[in-house]
Ligand binder design. Structure first.
Ligand code: ADP
Ligand code: MG
Ligand code: ZN
Length: 480
């Protein structure tokens, strides 16, 4: 039987605030356990929560960035459950009146995945299960989150991963979150169901909790689709439940049966007035939005002439987009934008990633990259030599021109000098020359290699090509 998977994602994204959602405790990752807590986030009686303004600003920014509709009035509720990492006995979250409805994210296939809602809520603490005891760390309790809920519209594990990448690019672009998966600032619950191809009602869903890497999202969903298909093929029915993904075995496992929302006894939090967001505030935030990844990509393709794939790569990160723009600006018309993109993608970005550079403060700023590219454009060095120069630049502040002079890397473009070397290489390789003249055309590359090696890569490759061609053609001519 052929099935169609249906996937809806809930993303919990930590907002980039210095303090928690309802108290002044710091949110910094990695502090000693229970060192960022106070009576409010520990749930002591008699304390009162006060809403963090910056958290709301970030959340509104996100709503606008995905084209959602910001609700001028929204309500905080108490979601009640018992767990050791939840000292209050309830989590403050938005329930039936979230601050944002609608919006969406467009995939590269063109499919728009619509959002159901985004709401604001506080995170719980963490249980740590040690060898002889279970411990509770409340540093995370009260950390501001936005929960972004999609409609059940994704059709494959790969689409789900792409949706998450795009969402993460947006939150990072607007500065609403660092989107750090390893530190848990961007986590995903995946709801998965399958239905017979062409059916129009949804199948029973299972929810896989707390996936913390793009790869595991894909693996978990793929596994779950197969698991459900096997159940249906065997004549069984899927039970709605909450699952955990085990990254080692690659399987999902039952965690608990699914609660219904009435089990939580939601009630409006009597300590918090309704959240009222004025039109002026919304419009102010809208006006301050940066260029978003989709818009950046379109501009790079249309105005700068980049290939789709390169534009996508550069536009997905705001730091990279800025770096690219500044490099183009500094290098000027001599080195066209698509070539700048190629160079950055092939040479620069891999190094920046390996060295964990923040592109805004990288030791090799756009101006230095531009100075190097200008040397290529002017014919002073070849692209190959540029790699050597770049290698030296990585560990020193020396200007590219000075490196080229000091190491004697200036490209040789003197036709006389090149001709002389070409002749010498041909004379010294009588065997390959005879074979070439006998019709083995691919030995052309062999001669190029010899010449480049003998000149330590310093000869202008275009000229070497032209002259070698001419000299070989002349010899072939003599044979005819
Ligand atoms: P809950 O808190 O119970 O998980 P939510 O409404 O917060 O409920 O989230 C439901 C999520 O599950 C949404 O992302 C939605 O798209 C998805 N979903 C709902 N029904 C299905 C289904 N039959 N198959 C796949 N995903 C579903
Ligand atoms: Mg859920
Ligand atoms: Zn606190």
């Amino acid at each position: 039987m052929a099935y169609e998977p249906v996937i809806g994602l809930e993303v919990h994204c930590q907002l980039a605030t210095a303090s928690k959602l309802f108290c002044g405790c710091a949110t910094k990752f990695g502090a000693a356990p229970n060192h960022q807590v106070c009576p409010i986030c520990l749930g002591m009686p008699g304390v009162l929560p006060v809403l963090n303004r910056t958290a709301v600003d970030h959340a509104v920014r996100m709503a606008l960035a995905i084209g959602g509709s910001v609700q001028q009035v929204s309500v905080f509720s108490r979601k009640q459950y018992f767990y050791p990492d939840l000292p209050k006995g309830y989590q403050i979250t938005q329930y039936d009146r979230p601050y944002c409805l609608g919006g969406g994210v467009t995939l590269s296939s063109g499919q728009r995945i619509r959002m159901t809602r985004i709401h604001l809520e506080e995170d719980a603490g963490k249980n740590i299960h040690a060898e002889h005891a279970s411990l509770v760390d409340c540093n995370r309790a009260g950390t501001p989150l936005m929960e972004i809920v999609s409609e059940p519209e994704l059709k494959s594990a790969a689409d789900a991963a792409e949706y998450l990448r795009r969402l993460r690019a947006i939150v990072r672009c607007i500065g609403a979150s660092d989107g750090n998966l390893e530190e848990g600032s961007f986590r995903c619950d995946a709801n998965v169901s399958i239905r017979p191809l062409g059916a129009n009602i949804l199948g029973t869903r299972c929810e896989i909790k707390n996936l913390n890497s793009f790869r595991n999202v894909e693996r978990a969903i793929s596994y779950e689709i197969l698991r459900q298909a096997e159940i249906l093929d065997g004549g069984g029915t899927v039970t709605q439940q909450t699952l955990l993904f085990d990254a080692n075995s690659g399987r999902t496992q039952p965690m608990r049966s699914k609660e219904d929302s009435h089990d939580y006894r939601y009630l409006p939090d009597p300590d918090l007035p309704a959240l009222v967001i004025s039109k002026d505030r919304i419009e102010g935030i809208r006006a301050s939005l940066p260029e978003l990844p989709d818009a950046a990509k379109a501009r790079l393709v249309q105005a700068c002439g980049l290939a789709e794939a390169n534009a996508e790569l550069i536009a997905q990160d705001r730091g990279t987009t800025k770096f690219f723009d500044l490099t183009c600006e500094a290098v000027g018309a001599a080195y066209p934008a698509p070539a700048v993109a190629n160079w950055l993608i092939a040479e620069y970005l891999p190094v920046a990633e390996a060295r964990h550079w923040d592109l805004a403060e990288s030791p090799i700023p756009p101006q230095r990259v531009a100075a190097l590219l200008q040397l290529i454009a002017a014919g002073t060095i070849s692209g190959k030599i540029a790699k050597t120069v770049f290698g030296v630049m990585l560990d020193s502040d020396e200007a590219p021109t000075s490196i080229v002079q000091r190491l004697g890397l200036v490209q040789i473009s003197d036709e006389g000098v090149i001709t002389e070397l070409v002749e010498r290489i041909l004379t010294h390789n009588p065997g390959p020359l005879a074979q070439y003249l006998g019709g083995k055309d691919k030995l052309f590359g062999f001669f190029i290699g010899q010449i480049m090696q003998a000149s330590q890569g310093k000869m202008n490759p275009d000229l070497v090509n032209k002259i070698l061609h001419a000299r070989l053609a002349e010899r072939r001519g003599h044979l005819d």
